[in-house]
Design a protein around this ligand. Structure first.
Ligand code: HGY
Ligand code: MN
Ligand code: MN
Length: 416
Protein backbone atom coordinates (compact mmCIF):
# COMPACT_ATOMS: atom_id res chain seq x y z
CA UNK A 1 0.00 0.00 0.00
CA UNK A 2 1.56 3.32 -1.08
CA UNK A 3 0.95 5.26 2.09
CA UNK A 4 2.69 8.40 0.85
CA UNK A 5 0.12 9.24 -1.83
CA UNK A 6 -2.11 12.19 -0.98
CA UNK A 7 -5.76 11.14 -0.61
CA UNK A 8 -8.03 13.82 -2.08
CA UNK A 9 -11.77 13.97 -1.44
CA UNK A 10 -13.90 14.72 -4.50
CA UNK A 11 -16.25 17.11 -2.70
CA UNK A 12 -18.14 18.23 -5.79
CA UNK A 13 -19.10 14.68 -6.70
CA UNK A 14 -20.24 14.08 -3.12
CA UNK A 15 -22.55 17.10 -3.31
CA UNK A 16 -23.81 15.98 -6.73
CA UNK A 17 -24.65 12.51 -5.42
CA UNK A 18 -26.42 13.91 -2.35
CA UNK A 19 -28.55 16.06 -4.64
CA UNK A 20 -29.23 13.21 -7.07
CA UNK A 21 -30.27 10.81 -4.29
CA UNK A 22 -32.41 13.61 -2.83
CA UNK A 23 -34.47 13.65 -6.04
CA UNK A 24 -35.64 10.07 -5.54
CA UNK A 25 -39.04 10.09 -3.85
CA UNK A 26 -39.30 13.87 -4.29
CA UNK A 27 -42.55 15.41 -2.98
CA UNK A 28 -43.78 17.94 -5.54
CA UNK A 29 -46.60 19.05 -3.25
CA UNK A 30 -44.97 19.29 0.19
CA UNK A 31 -41.33 19.66 -0.79
CA UNK A 32 -38.57 17.39 0.31
CA UNK A 33 -38.66 13.68 -0.41
CA UNK A 34 -40.28 10.62 1.11
CA UNK A 35 -38.48 7.27 0.92
CA UNK A 36 -40.12 5.30 3.70
CA UNK A 37 -38.35 1.96 4.28
CA UNK A 38 -39.04 -0.75 1.67
CA UNK A 39 -41.33 1.38 -0.49
CA UNK A 40 -40.77 1.70 -4.23
CA UNK A 41 -39.18 5.12 -3.66
CA UNK A 42 -36.70 3.62 -1.21
CA UNK A 43 -35.98 0.79 -3.62
CA UNK A 44 -35.04 3.43 -6.18
CA UNK A 45 -32.65 4.93 -3.62
CA UNK A 46 -31.17 1.53 -2.86
CA UNK A 47 -30.67 0.78 -6.56
CA UNK A 48 -28.89 4.11 -7.03
CA UNK A 49 -26.51 3.54 -4.11
CA UNK A 50 -25.74 0.01 -5.34
CA UNK A 51 -24.96 1.46 -8.80
CA UNK A 52 -22.55 3.98 -7.23
CA UNK A 53 -20.92 1.17 -5.24
CA UNK A 54 -20.49 -0.80 -8.46
CA UNK A 55 -19.01 2.27 -10.18
CA UNK A 56 -16.30 2.11 -7.50
CA UNK A 57 -15.85 -1.59 -8.23
CA UNK A 58 -16.75 -2.53 -4.66
CA UNK A 59 -17.77 -5.98 -3.52
CA UNK A 60 -21.53 -5.40 -3.03
CA UNK A 61 -23.39 -7.66 -0.59
CA UNK A 62 -26.97 -7.57 0.73
CA UNK A 63 -27.97 -9.40 3.88
CA UNK A 64 -31.26 -11.06 4.83
CA UNK A 65 -32.66 -7.91 6.46
CA UNK A 66 -31.75 -5.86 3.39
CA UNK A 67 -28.64 -4.13 4.76
CA UNK A 68 -26.41 -3.17 1.81
CA UNK A 69 -22.59 -3.36 2.11
CA UNK A 70 -19.99 -2.12 -0.40
CA UNK A 71 -16.40 -3.23 0.36
CA UNK A 72 -13.04 -2.12 -1.00
CA UNK A 73 -10.92 -5.20 -0.36
CA UNK A 74 -7.45 -4.80 1.06
CA UNK A 75 -4.69 -6.89 -0.52
CA UNK A 76 -4.08 -8.12 3.05
CA UNK A 77 -7.64 -9.40 3.38
CA UNK A 78 -7.92 -13.17 2.89
CA UNK A 79 -11.69 -12.66 2.73
CA UNK A 80 -12.62 -12.66 6.40
CA UNK A 81 -10.78 -9.60 7.68
CA UNK A 82 -12.84 -7.32 9.93
CA UNK A 83 -13.20 -4.13 7.84
CA UNK A 84 -13.16 -0.53 8.93
CA UNK A 85 -16.84 0.30 8.43
CA UNK A 86 -18.58 3.59 7.69
CA UNK A 87 -22.26 3.99 6.94
CA UNK A 88 -25.72 5.20 7.86
CA UNK A 89 -29.12 4.89 6.14
CA UNK A 90 -30.98 6.10 3.05
CA UNK A 91 -34.57 5.55 4.18
CA UNK A 92 -36.32 8.76 5.26
CA UNK A 93 -39.24 10.04 7.29
CA UNK A 94 -42.17 11.65 5.44
CA UNK A 95 -41.28 14.97 3.70
CA UNK A 96 -37.66 14.63 4.73
CA UNK A 97 -34.52 16.58 4.00
CA UNK A 98 -31.87 15.24 1.63
CA UNK A 99 -29.08 14.79 4.18
CA UNK A 100 -30.30 12.67 7.12
CA UNK A 101 -28.51 9.33 6.71
CA UNK A 102 -27.72 9.78 3.01
CA UNK A 103 -24.80 12.09 3.81
CA UNK A 104 -23.06 9.40 5.86
CA UNK A 105 -23.48 6.69 3.23
CA UNK A 106 -22.35 8.89 0.32
CA UNK A 107 -19.46 10.40 2.30
CA UNK A 108 -18.33 6.84 2.96
CA UNK A 109 -18.31 6.21 -0.78
CA UNK A 110 -16.40 9.49 -1.25
CA UNK A 111 -13.72 8.28 1.17
CA UNK A 112 -13.35 5.03 -0.77
CA UNK A 113 -13.27 7.03 -4.01
CA UNK A 114 -10.28 8.99 -2.63
CA UNK A 115 -8.41 5.69 -2.23
CA UNK A 116 -9.43 4.58 -5.70
CA UNK A 117 -8.45 7.94 -7.30
CA UNK A 118 -5.01 7.80 -5.63
CA UNK A 119 -4.55 4.17 -6.63
CA UNK A 120 -4.04 3.32 -2.95
CA UNK A 121 -5.26 -0.01 -1.59
CA UNK A 122 -5.87 0.14 2.18
CA UNK A 123 -4.09 -2.16 4.56
CA UNK A 124 -7.50 -3.10 5.96
CA UNK A 125 -10.66 -3.56 3.90
CA UNK A 126 -13.11 -0.67 4.03
CA UNK A 127 -16.88 -1.25 3.99
CA UNK A 128 -19.71 1.26 3.53
CA UNK A 129 -23.09 0.16 4.91
CA UNK A 130 -26.61 1.40 4.15
CA UNK A 131 -28.71 -0.06 6.94
CA UNK A 132 -32.37 -1.00 6.55
CA UNK A 133 -35.20 0.93 8.23
CA UNK A 134 -33.24 3.36 10.39
CA UNK A 135 -36.20 5.70 10.74
CA UNK A 136 -38.70 3.18 12.08
CA UNK A 137 -41.60 5.15 10.56
CA UNK A 138 -43.38 2.18 8.93
CA UNK A 139 -41.92 -0.73 10.93
CA UNK A 140 -40.68 -0.49 14.49
CA UNK A 141 -38.16 -0.38 16.03
CA UNK A 142 -36.07 2.27 14.38
CA UNK A 143 -32.43 1.42 13.61
CA UNK A 144 -33.81 -2.04 12.82
CA UNK A 145 -31.28 -3.17 10.19
CA UNK A 146 -28.26 -2.24 12.31
CA UNK A 147 -29.93 -3.72 15.42
CA UNK A 148 -30.36 -7.07 13.64
CA UNK A 149 -26.79 -6.80 12.30
CA UNK A 150 -25.56 -6.29 15.88
CA UNK A 151 -27.53 -9.29 17.13
CA UNK A 152 -29.96 -7.15 19.14
CA UNK A 153 -33.10 -8.40 17.37
CA UNK A 154 -33.75 -11.88 15.96
CA UNK A 155 -33.92 -11.83 12.15
CA UNK A 156 -37.23 -13.73 11.97
CA UNK A 157 -38.83 -11.29 14.43
CA UNK A 158 -37.73 -8.39 12.23
CA UNK A 159 -38.94 -10.08 9.05
CA UNK A 160 -42.31 -10.79 10.70
CA UNK A 161 -42.82 -7.22 11.95
CA UNK A 162 -46.08 -5.72 10.72
CA UNK A 163 -46.01 -2.14 9.48
CA UNK A 164 -48.34 0.73 10.26
CA UNK A 165 -49.84 -0.09 6.83
CA UNK A 166 -50.44 -3.75 7.72
CA UNK A 167 -47.69 -5.10 5.50
CA UNK A 168 -45.14 -7.70 6.70
CA UNK A 169 -41.57 -6.43 6.49
CA UNK A 170 -40.19 -9.68 5.04
CA UNK A 171 -42.75 -9.64 2.22
CA UNK A 172 -41.89 -6.05 1.32
CA UNK A 173 -38.19 -6.87 1.35
CA UNK A 174 -38.85 -9.71 -1.14
CA UNK A 175 -41.08 -7.45 -3.25
CA UNK A 176 -38.39 -4.80 -3.71
CA UNK A 177 -35.71 -7.43 -4.33
CA UNK A 178 -33.51 -6.73 -1.29
CA UNK A 179 -33.94 -9.92 0.69
CA UNK A 180 -30.27 -10.74 0.32
CA UNK A 181 -28.42 -14.00 1.04
CA UNK A 182 -25.83 -12.72 3.54
CA UNK A 183 -26.41 -13.69 7.17
CA UNK A 184 -26.85 -10.53 9.29
CA UNK A 185 -23.70 -9.79 11.28
CA UNK A 186 -21.52 -11.70 8.83
CA UNK A 187 -19.44 -8.57 8.23
CA UNK A 188 -18.12 -7.81 11.70
CA UNK A 189 -16.60 -4.31 11.71
CA UNK A 190 -13.15 -3.71 13.17
CA UNK A 191 -14.45 -0.22 13.97
CA UNK A 192 -17.35 1.95 12.79
CA UNK A 193 -17.48 5.67 12.07
CA UNK A 194 -20.73 7.42 11.10
CA UNK A 195 -20.79 10.91 9.64
CA UNK A 196 -24.18 12.60 10.10
CA UNK A 197 -25.79 16.03 10.26
CA UNK A 198 -26.40 17.15 13.84
CA UNK A 199 -30.12 17.68 13.28
CA UNK A 200 -30.03 20.09 16.21
CA UNK A 201 -29.03 23.74 16.91
CA UNK A 202 -25.84 23.42 18.97
CA UNK A 203 -22.99 23.51 16.41
CA UNK A 204 -24.52 26.41 14.50
CA UNK A 205 -25.28 28.36 17.70
CA UNK A 206 -21.69 27.96 18.88
CA UNK A 207 -20.14 28.50 15.45
CA UNK A 208 -18.44 25.10 15.52
CA UNK A 209 -17.73 23.12 12.34
CA UNK A 210 -17.47 19.59 13.73
CA UNK A 211 -19.32 17.68 16.45
CA UNK A 212 -17.30 14.96 18.18
CA UNK A 213 -20.13 12.71 19.35
CA UNK A 214 -19.26 10.97 22.62
CA UNK A 215 -22.62 9.50 23.49
CA UNK A 216 -26.23 9.13 22.41
CA UNK A 217 -29.37 9.49 24.50
CA UNK A 218 -31.77 6.73 25.47
CA UNK A 219 -35.02 6.31 23.47
CA UNK A 220 -38.42 5.07 24.67
CA UNK A 221 -41.32 4.71 22.18
CA UNK A 222 -44.77 3.52 23.20
CA UNK A 223 -48.29 3.53 21.80
CA UNK A 224 -51.12 4.65 24.14
CA UNK A 225 -54.73 3.62 23.48
CA UNK A 226 -57.57 5.42 25.29
CA UNK A 227 -61.12 4.04 25.22
CA UNK A 228 -64.02 6.23 26.37
CA UNK A 229 -67.62 6.60 25.20
CA UNK A 230 -68.91 8.19 22.02
CA UNK A 231 -71.79 10.53 22.73
CA UNK A 232 -73.62 13.55 21.34
CA UNK A 233 -71.55 16.76 21.39
CA UNK A 234 -74.67 18.85 22.06
CA UNK A 235 -76.56 16.88 24.65
CA UNK A 236 -73.87 15.39 26.90
CA UNK A 237 -72.99 17.48 29.98
CA UNK A 238 -69.24 17.76 30.62
CA UNK A 239 -69.48 15.92 33.96
CA UNK A 240 -70.98 12.87 32.18
CA UNK A 241 -68.35 12.64 29.46
CA UNK A 242 -65.77 9.89 29.00
CA UNK A 243 -63.96 11.82 26.32
CA UNK A 244 -60.99 9.96 24.79
CA UNK A 245 -60.03 13.09 22.86
CA UNK A 246 -59.84 15.23 25.98
CA UNK A 247 -57.72 12.58 27.76
CA UNK A 248 -55.33 12.36 24.79
CA UNK A 249 -54.83 16.12 24.86
CA UNK A 250 -54.33 16.08 28.63
CA UNK A 251 -51.58 13.46 28.17
CA UNK A 252 -49.78 15.69 25.68
CA UNK A 253 -49.91 18.57 28.17
CA UNK A 254 -48.72 16.35 31.03
CA UNK A 255 -45.76 15.14 28.96
CA UNK A 256 -44.70 18.72 28.22
CA UNK A 257 -44.81 19.45 31.97
CA UNK A 258 -42.56 16.43 32.67
CA UNK A 259 -40.08 17.58 29.99
CA UNK A 260 -39.98 21.18 31.22
CA UNK A 261 -39.65 20.14 34.86
CA UNK A 262 -36.78 17.70 34.26
CA UNK A 263 -35.01 20.04 31.84
CA UNK A 264 -33.29 17.11 30.09
CA UNK A 265 -36.06 14.68 29.10
CA UNK A 266 -37.65 15.30 25.71
CA UNK A 267 -41.24 14.19 25.11
CA UNK A 268 -42.99 14.04 21.73
CA UNK A 269 -46.46 12.90 20.71
CA UNK A 270 -45.91 12.52 16.97
CA UNK A 271 -49.03 10.53 16.02
CA UNK A 272 -52.61 10.92 17.23
CA UNK A 273 -55.81 9.35 15.88
CA UNK A 274 -59.36 10.03 17.17
CA UNK A 275 -62.34 7.80 16.46
CA UNK A 276 -64.91 8.21 15.04
CA UNK A 277 -63.22 11.56 14.23
CA UNK A 278 -66.35 13.54 13.38
CA UNK A 279 -67.20 17.04 14.44
CA UNK A 280 -70.26 16.40 16.62
CA UNK A 281 -69.33 13.13 18.37
CA UNK A 282 -67.31 12.89 21.58
CA UNK A 283 -64.38 10.63 20.66
CA UNK A 284 -64.82 7.08 21.88
CA UNK A 285 -61.17 6.19 21.18
CA UNK A 286 -57.81 7.92 20.87
CA UNK A 287 -54.51 6.34 19.83
CA UNK A 288 -51.25 8.25 20.27
CA UNK A 289 -47.51 7.57 20.25
CA UNK A 290 -45.07 8.80 22.89
CA UNK A 291 -41.35 9.34 22.16
CA UNK A 292 -39.32 9.96 25.36
CA UNK A 293 -35.57 10.62 25.32
CA UNK A 294 -32.90 11.40 27.91
CA UNK A 295 -29.10 10.92 28.00
CA UNK A 296 -29.49 9.66 31.58
CA UNK A 297 -31.08 6.22 31.92
CA UNK A 298 -32.41 6.89 35.43
CA UNK A 299 -34.15 10.07 34.25
CA UNK A 300 -35.64 8.24 31.26
CA UNK A 301 -37.01 5.54 33.56
CA UNK A 302 -38.36 8.28 35.83
CA UNK A 303 -40.17 9.93 32.92
CA UNK A 304 -41.66 6.57 31.89
CA UNK A 305 -42.84 5.95 35.45
CA UNK A 306 -44.34 9.42 35.78
CA UNK A 307 -46.25 8.94 32.54
CA UNK A 308 -47.52 5.55 33.68
CA UNK A 309 -48.68 7.02 36.98
CA UNK A 310 -50.42 9.91 35.20
CA UNK A 311 -52.22 7.49 32.85
CA UNK A 312 -53.58 5.58 35.84
CA UNK A 313 -54.79 8.75 37.54
CA UNK A 314 -56.50 10.27 34.51
CA UNK A 315 -58.14 6.97 33.52
CA UNK A 316 -59.71 6.87 37.00
CA UNK A 317 -60.74 10.53 36.91
CA UNK A 318 -62.25 10.49 33.42
CA UNK A 319 -63.75 6.99 33.48
CA UNK A 320 -61.81 5.75 30.48
CA UNK A 321 -59.59 2.71 29.97
CA UNK A 322 -55.98 3.19 28.91
CA UNK A 323 -53.59 0.55 27.58
CA UNK A 324 -49.99 0.99 26.45
CA UNK A 325 -47.78 -1.01 24.07
CA UNK A 326 -43.98 -0.63 24.18
CA UNK A 327 -42.60 -0.13 20.66
CA UNK A 328 -38.92 0.72 21.24
CA UNK A 329 -36.57 0.96 24.21
CA UNK A 330 -32.86 1.68 23.80
CA UNK A 331 -30.60 2.69 26.67
CA UNK A 332 -28.14 5.59 26.30
CA UNK A 333 -24.91 4.60 24.54
CA UNK A 334 -21.32 5.79 25.08
CA UNK A 335 -19.11 5.78 21.96
CA UNK A 336 -15.46 4.73 21.79
CA UNK A 337 -13.25 7.32 23.52
CA UNK A 338 -10.15 6.71 21.38
CA UNK A 339 -12.14 7.10 18.17
CA UNK A 340 -13.62 10.31 19.53
CA UNK A 341 -10.10 11.54 20.27
CA UNK A 342 -9.08 10.70 16.67
CA UNK A 343 -12.03 12.67 15.30
CA UNK A 344 -11.15 15.67 17.46
CA UNK A 345 -7.49 15.44 16.37
CA UNK A 346 -8.49 15.25 12.70
CA UNK A 347 -10.71 18.30 13.02
CA UNK A 348 -7.79 20.16 14.61
CA UNK A 349 -5.36 19.01 11.91
CA UNK A 350 -7.76 20.32 9.28
CA UNK A 351 -8.05 23.62 11.13
CA UNK A 352 -11.72 23.06 12.01
CA UNK A 353 -13.34 24.08 15.28
CA UNK A 354 -15.06 21.24 17.15
CA UNK A 355 -16.88 20.43 20.34
CA UNK A 356 -17.77 17.22 22.09
CA UNK A 357 -21.46 16.46 22.31
CA UNK A 358 -24.34 14.06 22.84
CA UNK A 359 -26.50 12.89 19.98
CA UNK A 360 -30.17 13.72 20.48
CA UNK A 361 -31.19 11.53 17.57
CA UNK A 362 -30.91 7.78 17.31
CA UNK A 363 -28.39 6.42 14.82
CA UNK A 364 -27.14 3.12 13.45
CA UNK A 365 -23.88 3.80 15.29
CA UNK A 366 -25.62 3.16 18.60
CA UNK A 367 -26.37 -0.39 17.46
CA UNK A 368 -22.96 -1.10 15.91
CA UNK A 369 -21.40 0.13 19.18
CA UNK A 370 -22.66 -3.17 20.64
CA UNK A 371 -20.22 -5.16 18.48
CA UNK A 372 -17.33 -2.81 17.65
CA UNK A 373 -15.70 0.48 18.69
CA UNK A 374 -17.96 3.16 17.19
CA UNK A 375 -18.12 6.94 17.06
CA UNK A 376 -19.84 9.71 15.14
CA UNK A 377 -18.92 12.97 13.44
CA UNK A 378 -21.52 15.74 13.18
CA UNK A 379 -21.72 18.78 10.94
CA UNK A 380 -24.03 21.75 11.63
CA UNK A 381 -27.71 21.85 10.67
CA UNK A 382 -29.02 25.28 9.68
CA UNK A 383 -31.52 26.41 12.33
CA UNK A 384 -31.18 22.96 13.90
CA UNK A 385 -33.87 21.80 11.48
CA UNK A 386 -34.25 18.16 10.41
CA UNK A 387 -36.99 15.66 9.50
CA UNK A 388 -38.21 18.59 7.42
CA UNK A 389 -37.66 19.63 3.77
CA UNK A 390 -35.88 22.73 5.10
CA UNK A 391 -33.05 20.57 6.50
CA UNK A 392 -29.84 22.24 5.27
CA UNK A 393 -26.07 22.19 5.71
CA UNK A 394 -23.83 24.32 3.47
CA UNK A 395 -21.86 22.45 0.79
CA UNK A 396 -18.52 23.53 2.26
CA UNK A 397 -19.59 22.27 5.70
CA UNK A 398 -20.61 18.93 4.16
CA UNK A 399 -17.27 18.67 2.38
CA UNK A 400 -15.36 19.60 5.55
CA UNK A 401 -17.15 16.83 7.46
CA UNK A 402 -16.29 14.32 4.75
CA UNK A 403 -12.66 15.47 4.84
CA UNK A 404 -12.56 14.80 8.58
CA UNK A 405 -13.99 11.32 7.91
CA UNK A 406 -11.30 10.71 5.25
CA UNK A 407 -8.59 11.95 7.59
CA UNK A 408 -9.73 9.69 10.43
CA UNK A 409 -10.05 6.66 8.14
CA UNK A 410 -6.72 7.19 6.43
CA UNK A 411 -4.95 7.61 9.79
CA UNK A 412 -6.67 4.55 11.25
CA UNK A 413 -5.46 2.63 8.18
CA UNK A 414 -2.01 4.19 8.24
CA UNK A 415 -2.57 5.63 4.78
CA UNK A 416 -1.49 9.16 5.55
O1 HGY B 1 -35.74 8.65 15.84
C1 HGY B 1 -34.56 8.95 15.61
O2 HGY B 1 -33.91 9.59 16.40
C2 HGY B 1 -33.92 8.54 14.31
O3 HGY B 1 -34.12 9.59 13.39
N1 HGY B 1 -34.45 7.31 13.82
MN1 MN C 1 -30.40 9.59 10.53
MN1 MN D 1 -33.82 10.61 10.95
Amino acid sequence: MNAGKELQLNGLLLIEQIQALGQLGADAENGGRTRIALTDAEKAGRDQVVDWMRDLDLDVQVDRIGNIFGTLRSPNDPGDQRPLMMGSHIDTVTNAGALDGCYGVLAGLAVIRAFRDAGVLPQRSITVAAFTNEEGVRYQPDMMGSLVHAGGMPLEEALDSIGTDGTRLGDELERIGYAGPLEPGAIAPHEYIELHIEQGPILEAEGKSIGVVENLQGISWQQVEIKGNANHAGTTPTRLRHDAGFVASAIVTALRAIAVETGSTLATVGCMKLEPNVINVIPRKATLTVDLRDPDEAKLVNAENRLSQYLGEIAEREGVSITTERLVRFQPVNFDASLADEIEASAQRLGLSSRRMTSGAGHDAQMIARIAPAAMIFVPSRGGISHNPREHTDDDQLIQGARVLLDVVSRRLGAS
